[in-house]
Design a protein around this ligand. Structure first.
Ligand code: G3H
Ligand code: 13P
Ligand code: ZN
Length: 316
């Protein structure tokens, strides 16, 4: 059942984080729904702009609706990931999304607020929540000095002002992570002092962590052993994710790890079964493996086992 993102956040805040998983195709959707059911976890299914145009947004949305019938016990929200203003407006008008992310973090502070405010006005009129972004994720290089590096991270005081002026419902903040499979070039982990600073100035307000994939080293090794070239791939340590989840980080975005599972399964499958050309064979393995990954990740986030509590809180 699709619920509001706010309901999920209210139940989770300060106790655990809700996994927000990107999906692109039917196999990912099946693995995602099964893995969340197996671990009794509420979750967020998120669609990027690229995912919406990979096949067709109508196909992707229809597959989620079908999954809702196939897995009637699941409780989740549907979210637009990294939207621009036009895509946010499209998703708001569709009536299908629980929340949208307006990513105007590339604009200056005031312009980011102005754009976010317009999206908030349209979204709130329809009961849809808005995630905004402040700060610049990623690209922290080894040679960058500490002050330059920190200049990309979210300033807690600015975060407080941004939330107050924009009216957004959650905020993606930069505290050390980056998108993709090559994080922490400078070998630093999460900047907990920034998370703490934001939580102190915005108590009870959901912080969103992008770039949260852990890039499991066994996946990377298996991909490389099966012909891949992913030297130096690295992600967020799982104990750091668990710690952040107790500090107001309420939504944890994961895409890359799912791609790694897909890549490993398919590379190994065709290496080990050179005679096979049936796409359903590795597809079946992927759905199982992805479901296992999701169930494991929900243990790390603390969302595993929370399905019943969310249902009771939401009086479902
Ligand atoms: O943060 C970006 C997500 O990983 C989505 O990636 O735009 O390639 O679908 P994508
Ligand atoms: P990863 O690349 O670490 O999976 O992050 C995904 C993300 O932030 C989606 O918005
Ligand atoms: Zn992201």
């Amino acid at each position: 059942m699709i619920v509001s993102t706010k309901e999920l956040f209210e139940h989770a805040y300060g106790k655990y984080a809700v996994g927000a998983y990107n999906i692109n195709n039917a196999e990912q959707i099946m693995g995602l729904f099964r893995g969340n059911l197996d671990s009794s976890a509420p979750f967020i299914v998120q669609l990027s702009k690229g995912a919406r145009s990979y096949t067709d947004k109508r196909l992707l949305e229809a597959m989620i609706r079908a999954a809702d019938e196939i897995f009637p016990s699941n409780i989740y929200a549907v979210h637009l990931d990294h939207g621009d203003e036009a895509t946010c407006m499209d998703c708001i008008a569709s009536g299908f999304y629980s929340s949208v992310m307006i990513d105007a973090s590339g604009e200056d502070f005031d312009e980011n607020i102005a754009i976010t405010k317009r999206v908030v006005a349209a979204a709130h009129a329809k009961g849809i929540a808005v995630e905004a972004e402040l700060g610049t994720l990623g690209g922290v290089e080894e040679h960058v000095s500490v002050s330059e590096e920190n200049a990309h991270l979210t300033d807690p005081k600015e975060a407080e002002e941004f939330v107050r002026r924009s009216g957004c419902d959650s905020l993606a903040c930069a505290f050390g992570t980056s998108h993709g499979a090559y994080k922490f070039a400078g070998s630093q982990g999460l900047h907990f002092e920034i998370i703490k600073g934001i939580q102190e100035l915005l108590p009870g307000f959901p912080i969103v962590m992008h770039g949260s994939s852990s890039v499991p080293q066994d996946e990377v090794e298996r991909i490389n052993a099966a012909g891949g070239e992913m030297k130096g791939a690295k992600g967020v340590a799982e104990d750091q994710i668990s710690q952040a989840a107790k500090m107001g980080v309420t939504k944890v975005n994961i895409d890359t790890d799912g791609r790694l599972v897909w890549c490993r399964v398919h590379r190994e499958y065709f290496r080990d079964h050179p005679e096979v050309f049936d796409l359903r064979k590795p597809g079946e393995v992927f759905m199982d493996e992805y479901a296992k990954y999701i169930a494991h990740k929900n243990e790390v986030l603390g969302s595993a086992g929370k399905l019943e509590g969310v249902a009771q809180a939401a009086r479902l």
